[in-house]
Design a protein around this ligand. Sequence first.
Ligand SMILES: Cc1cc2nc3c(=O)[nH]c(=O)nc-3n(C[C@H](O)[C@H](O)[C@H](O)COP(=O)(O)OP(=O)(O)OC[C@H]3O[C@@H](n4cnc5c(N)ncnc54)[C@H](O)[C@@H]3O)c2cc1C
Length: 329
Amino acid sequence: MLLVILECRDGEIGDADKGILSAANRISTLMGGSWSAALVPGESVVDAAPFAPYGVPTIFVTSGVAEAANSPELQGKLLARLAREQNASLILLPHTDAGATLAPLLAAELDAALFTQATAVRSAQEGLELQHQALGLQIARRRYWDGRRPLVLTMPVKFLSQVVLPSMKPSCPEITVRPADIPELFPRTTIIERIPPDPQTVDVSEAEVIVSAGKGCDPHTFAQVKELARLLNISLGVTRPVYDLGWTGFERMIGQTGRAVAPRLYLALGISGSMHHLGGIKESRRIVAVNSDTKAPIFANADEGFVADLKELLPRLLERVRQTTGGAA
Ligand SMILES: Cc1cc2nc3c(=O)[nH]c(=O)nc-3n(C[C@H](O)[C@H](O)[C@H](O)COP(=O)(O)OP(=O)(O)OC[C@H]3O[C@@H](n4cnc5c(N)ncnc54)[C@H](O)[C@@H]3O)c2cc1C
């Protein structure tokens, strides 16, 4: 039996929840068994309709534990208890901050194996084949799970599709509310505040939207790209030649030897599209490229391409952005 853990913060089914529900549906089919979902204790939902397209039969909600919302330890204890009761052999979580915190707690509670950030799960002779990407995205490491011991598995949100495949059978999910039976526990850790990441400082591999500058930028246009990133409050990336010029630190360099990224939007400005750079951006959901050369290889790899000279485009783009943002970010 597979148990998938959902965050559903403030009663909303978020992107990570949708992605992991889609994955859970698919993996449960591979396992040939049943599955259900459980909300992280401290959260609740009243409407089952948004879950229906994902085919989940049951959603467990723990009632009366508002204090659990700030205690991963308590959440781990309560979820482990549920997993035991449901005889769950595979516990699946999205690798969000909450999921990454809960996974080892659950594994310890259940004396289960732990595999984090699986980028692919396939059926294999041995049971399930779990794949993990290492060294940027250059190496695929594989492990096999034969089901003899429970497994706690996390999957990175950026590798999870929120798309509900047509083959999935919609369900009429039943919300099962379980009274909280708070274990005797004095939490050693408590979450006191949730601070959203700052796009200006966040690791580019975690960034949602990236504007990247290539060798097509001179010092002046590069300063304009940085200003664009600041005004739009998005992350800045660069190609290797720009890093080599010393204009940014290594942590901003994207590509085969730099960071691999998977943003919702990747804006490539003055980037030719070498295979070394493309290798690091191929997981981007949408690539928009601007280049003055109609034959630049980046265009063949972009969802949208614009032939333009950055020297002309950037001042106008900045002016437009300043008008809409009021000039400050
Ligand atoms: C082992 C190895 C590893 C590497 N790893 C990486 C890596 O991790 N990341 C990486 O990025 N590179 C890496 N490289 C380098 C890579 O091969 C390319 O040289 C590099 O990606 C090219 O960067 P670029 O597109 O910024 O520059 P260029 O290839 O010089 O392209 C500049 C582009 O800007 C356009 N342009 C010029 N002026 C303007 C203008 N005014 N307006 C609009 N467009 C303009 C040009 O038409 C051109 O297409 C690696 C190379 C090797 C050998």
